[in-house]
Design a protein. Sequence first.
Length: 162
Amino acid sequence: MKVIIHDLGSPCTEKVREKYDHVIEADGKYAPCQGCFGCWTKHPAECFMKDRLQQVCRIIGQADELVIVTKNLYGAYSTDIKNVLDRSIGTSTPFSTYRGRQMHHTLRYGKHDLWKVIVWGDITEEEKATFRLMAERNAINDGFQRSEVGFAADPAELEAMI
């Protein structure tokens, strides 16, 4: 299953709908994570908040390929993208295991293929290095076999990358 999370607005959602199984538009019209960890324990992989991100753990957890399109925010995900990723913590469990000689949370849905991040906007070389490292670490932590990062100075360049 292919999933895309993006912060480009509704016109992009319509353009990519046929290429992806699930399109998550990070537009900020949902509640931020409350940090209750209920999606870990009380109701696994389901947020208690009844909004359109209630099932985001299950959607991301079942993705073979996850594509994240984000505006650069000082070498990190945009706040709207970060809020979606925060709400997906239930893709893992509160238990820990070793993967690659490192401690990580146990995966609720098993391994995945590709964690791909496409960054748009002005970005320095240092911020690019930060994004590459962050994508690699996010991929390992969420059970993805590999990660890729691409950069576009202008949102118009994104169409070919998505």
